[in-house]
Design a protein around this ligand. Sequence first.
Ligand code: SAM
Length: 307
Amino acid sequence: MSPLIDFHVPGDYASAINYDSPRALKGFLDERGLGMRKKFGQNFLINPDARTRLLDALEIEAGDAVWEIGPGLGAMTTGLLERGAVVYAFELDPGFVRVLHELFGGRPAFTLIAGDVLKTWQKTNPPGAYLLGNLPYTIGAIFLAALIENNRFFTRMVVTVQREVAHRMGARPGSKDYSSFSVLCASAYTITPLMVLKGSSFYPIPHVDSQGVRFDLRRDIDPAAYPVLFRPLVRHLFAFRRKTIKNNLQSFVASRIKWDALEITMEALERSGIAGDKRAEMLGIEDFIVLANTIDSLLPHEVLRST
Ligand code: SAM
C-alpha cells in the first residue's frame, strides 16, 4: 500500500462540526491546538448555501469517484459522502489530516492522500471523473494547468478560486484577462462562471472575492490529441504578449532549429492565414492549432520528437 494513502482508519463521522459558524470552527481548532495557516491558503467556506450550490454544480451520482482538493476540516467532504460519492481527498496540513482521519477515516468511501497535491496527485493518481475544490490561492492555477498539461482530464470539475483567477480561466480572445492559461483551460473544457463569493462567505475573511467555476470536458475535441507544439507555442506567444506574432514565432522557431527561422516563420504565417502583426491575445484556439500544425509540418521530425 502506498505510504501516502491511509485506508479505513477508524473514525467518528458522527461528531460533526458546525461548518457554518466561525466560533464553532475556531473552538474546534483551539481544542486540538490547531490554527489556520495563511501560507496554505486556508479559508473555510462557512456559507452553507454556497456549499450546496457548488456540490449541485458537480452533478454527481452515487458511486461516482471524486477528487477533493484541500478538504480542510471536511465541510465539502461531508456533502460529497452524503451524496454517495467515493472521495479521494488531498490535504497538506498535518493537523487537518489528523482531524479528517478522526471524522471520516472509518468510511470505505473515503481515502485520504496526505501531502502537497502538486506532488501527490501524480504519484497516486486515483480513479475519478470528477474534481471538487475550494482551491488554496497559492496553487489553484498551477494545479489545474498541471492536470491539463499532463492529460489528466475530468468529466467535470467545480472549483472556487480568487475572482481574478476565475476571470483568467474563462477569458476570451481580445480581453485583458486572456492568457496562455485561458487557452489551456478552453482547449480541454467549456468554462462556466458560477456565483461570486464575498469575503464574508469564508472564515477567516480573505481580502479578495472568490468565484465558483465549472469546467465541463469538451466533447467536440480530443484534448490529448493536440499538435505536439500546441502548448509550448501558446506559452511562448503569451510570454512576450506585447510583441507581434511574427517576432514571437520567429524566436519560438529559432529556439528549436538553428537555421531558416525567419523563412519558416513567414511560410507558417502565410500557410495559416494569420497576419504577423497581430498579437497572441487576438488569436483563438483554432488559430493556435492551425499555427502549431503548420510549424509541425515545416520542422524536421527529430526537432518535434525532442519537444
Ligand atoms: N475545503 C475547505 C472549505 O471549503 O472550507 C477548506 C478550503 S481552504 C481554501 C484550502 C485547503 O487546501 C486547506 O485545507 C489547505 O490546508 C489545503 N491546501 C493548501 N495547499 C495545499 C496543497 N498544496 N495540497 C493539498 N492541500 C492544500
